[in-house]
Design a protein around this ligand. Structure first.
Ligand SMILES: [Mn+2]
Length: 298
């Protein structure tokens, strides 16, 4: 990462999730000194937060929960990110649920049409409304980015689909979380696949292979970092738990350090932190230390 400055944008939304809580993350991390800690290592512009959008109940049988509201948040993120990218600063977006990454991609591809995405996440987020599952949109982010779903949300980016399969590295998903249909699709897709079960005790080596697969040495790269890739047995801060089979926090930050060392990191998104799981903030203080170290190391 060779950047002059980072612009912090909070996106306090849990509209795309299955309950409230994540909308508190940007303010909580600011209280713990997010901006000041980053400023010890790099120039920081604080762009503030977008309006709060907390999860709300919408009744039984909804296959695409709060689509209009999620789309509105994502459009706002896209517009803010496009402006930050034009300013020459690198956005660091603090969510919020995983749907915010759609807005970051939509904003960045206006300036960087050849954007590659490292989706560092405990899930592949390949659900679609027709699964008739929870209807929760933050389980459907990748499906929207790749055009498996055609709706207002997947068309926020000025092109459809926003990304091609080969522009994406799915890094850290656990196969046990995959529906059988998604596993079949993954087997034959052109996305670069790095399931956690295939890292064979060498997650940082896998991170290097993910960057190589995306040709990250000569293209702009967005790093999406869902904290649910960290095993809940080690650091239970994610909105939805992933026990047994995740990375330790230390391994996750080592991987993040490798990913952030890509020469053209044009954005970082942090998602799924739920501070209501850590009311005293001890875990999140530790998380913040690891996160700022990963940024400092590059
Ligand atoms: Mn996830």
């Amino acid at each position: 990462m060779e950047v002059d400055s980072i612009t912090v944008l909070g996106v306090p939304t849990s509209a795309g999730s299955h309950h409230a809580g994540m909308e508190r993350a940007p303010a909580f991390l600011r209280t713990l000194g997010l901006v000041e800690r980053l400023q010890e290592h790099i120039a920081v512009v604080d762009a503030g937060d977008t309006p709060v959008a907390a999860h709300r109940p919408l009744g039984v049988g909804v296959i695409c929960r709060d689509l209009e509201r999620v789309t509105s948040v994502v459009r706002e993120v896209a517009s803010r990110i496009a402006r930050i990218a034009d300013s020459g600063s690198t956005p660091l977006v603090i969510g919020g649920d995983c749907t915010i990454t759609l807005g970051v991609v939509a904003g960045l591809i206006q300036r960087y049409p050849h954007l590659g995405l490292v989706y560092f996440d405990g899930d592949a987020d390949l659900s679609v409304p027709e699964d008739h599952g929870s209807g929760v949109l933050d389980t459907m982010g990748m499906s929207h980015l790749l055009g498996h779903v055609d709706n207002a949300l997947s068309r926020v980016g000025g092109r459809y689909p926003m990304l091609r399969e080969e522009d994406v590295a799915l890094f850290g998903y656990h196969p046990v979380e995959l529906a059988p249909r998604h596993a079949v699709w993954l087997d034959s897709c052109r996305a670069h696949r790095f399931p956690i079960t295939g890292m064979r005790g060498d997650p940082t080596g896998a991170a290097e292979r993910a960057l190589a697969a995306l040709h990250a040495h000569d293209r702009p790269i967005l790093i999406h970092f869902d904290v649910d890739v960290i095993d809940s047995g080690d650091m239970p801060i994610a909105n939805f738990p992933h026990f047994n089979g995740g990375l330790t926090a230390r391994e996750a930050f080592e991987c993040l350090g490798i990913l952030l060392a890509a020469p053209q990191v044009t954005g970082i998104v942090v998602t799924e932190i739920n501070p209501t799981h850590d009311v005293k903030g001890r875990l999140l203080a530790s998380w913040l230390g690891g996160f700022t170290d990963a940024i400092r190391g590059v």
